[in-house]
Design a protein around this ligand. Structure first.
Ligand code: 8Y4
Length: 270
């Protein structure tokens, strides 16, 4: 199993969605081949880890059954094992985590931060790394009326609480990273404050993962559709790196790697 968190950063996590644009029977095969091709492209572009997601966590998305998630994710992990790349699996379900770990995943990326039934124990009984993300509410309704007393301190308190819960179960701190969950029960002002004050989220040397890629906040700032948000995403991602993010979760691997290379060259020569 590959360690992701032990690698020196900044790192790029490439997003690989396997939520179906449902064809009938032959559909799954097609989906898988396409997904493997997208992964190969991201690896060639320099992705450090591929994040496979079988549950749509986009605002308004409906929940997915365990069997469906397993069907989408496990065959893809098996196919990617041949490619010598670290694999992260975006799931909240203990049963999916278990099968994903058996199939070779190195990280569990859980937008529910191991709060679902059995998830904490399952990760504790394994050696995988885990990303603990902050979310207010549930995907279907989280953007209806996000509210905080103080979004930064609420997220900090959440991280501290989840860290204690994990360490008490035997998950070593070195296996954990945090993620503020940009767009997950947060309005534009909340997202901006979290990015602006990212250094405040650096707690106990736990690395930070940040996902801003193509998110709604750029639609709000620039009034651009999804497919035109790459430059905004890379810019905000680089700002996150400069404020302490170790891992960026992105769609656009090649462009993000370029930005990070420039950042590193500047930082090394000061
Ligand atoms: C276009 C495509 C526009 C996708 C928006 C989106 C995060 C995450 C997601 C994140 C971690 C997304 C699974 C939302 N975001 N996991 N997952 N951090 N750790 N929306 O920020 O990408 S899904």
């Amino acid at each position: 199993m590959q360690s992701i968190l032990k690698k020196p950063g900044p790192l790029v996590m490439g997003i690989l969605n396997v939520t179906p644009d449902s064809f009938s029977d032959g559909g799954l095969f097609l989906d898988k081949d396409l997904a493997v091709q997208r992964a190969e492209k991201m690896i060639a572009e320099g992705a450090d880890v591929i994040d496979i997601g079988g549950e749509s966590t986009r605002p308004g998305a409906a929940p997915v059954t365990e069997a469906e998630e397993l069907d989408r994710v496990i065959p893809l992990i098996e196919a990617l094992n041949a490619l010598d790349i670290a694999i992260s699996v975006d799931t909240s379900k203990a049963a999916v985590m278990q099968e994903a770990i058996s199939a070779g995943a190195s990280m569990i990326n859980d937008v529910r931060a191991l709060q679902e039934e059995g998830a904490l124990d399952l990760v504790a009984s394994s050696k995988v790394e885990v990303c603990l993300m902050h979310m207010q509410g549930q995907p279907r309704t989280m953007q209806d009326a996000p509210q905080y007393n103080d979004v930064v301190s609420d997220v900090v308190d959440f991280f501290k609480e989840r860290l204690v819960a994990c360490v008490n179960k035997g998950i070593n701190k070195s296996r954990i990273c945090f993620d503020p969950g940009i767009g997950f029960g947060k309005n534009l002002a909340h997202n901006c404050r979290l990015l602006q004050e990212l250094p405040k989220l650096l707690i106990d040397e736990v690395p930070l993962l940040v996902g801003v890629s193509r998110k709604r906040m750029f639609g709000e700032i620039l009034n651009l559709p999804l497919e035109e948000r790459m430059l905004a995403s890379v810019s905000a991602g680089l700002l996150a790196v400069s404020k302490g993010a170790k891992i960026l979760r992105v769609h656009d691997v090649k462009e993000t790697k370029q930005a990070i290379e420039v950042y590193k060259a500047i930082e090394q020569n000061h």
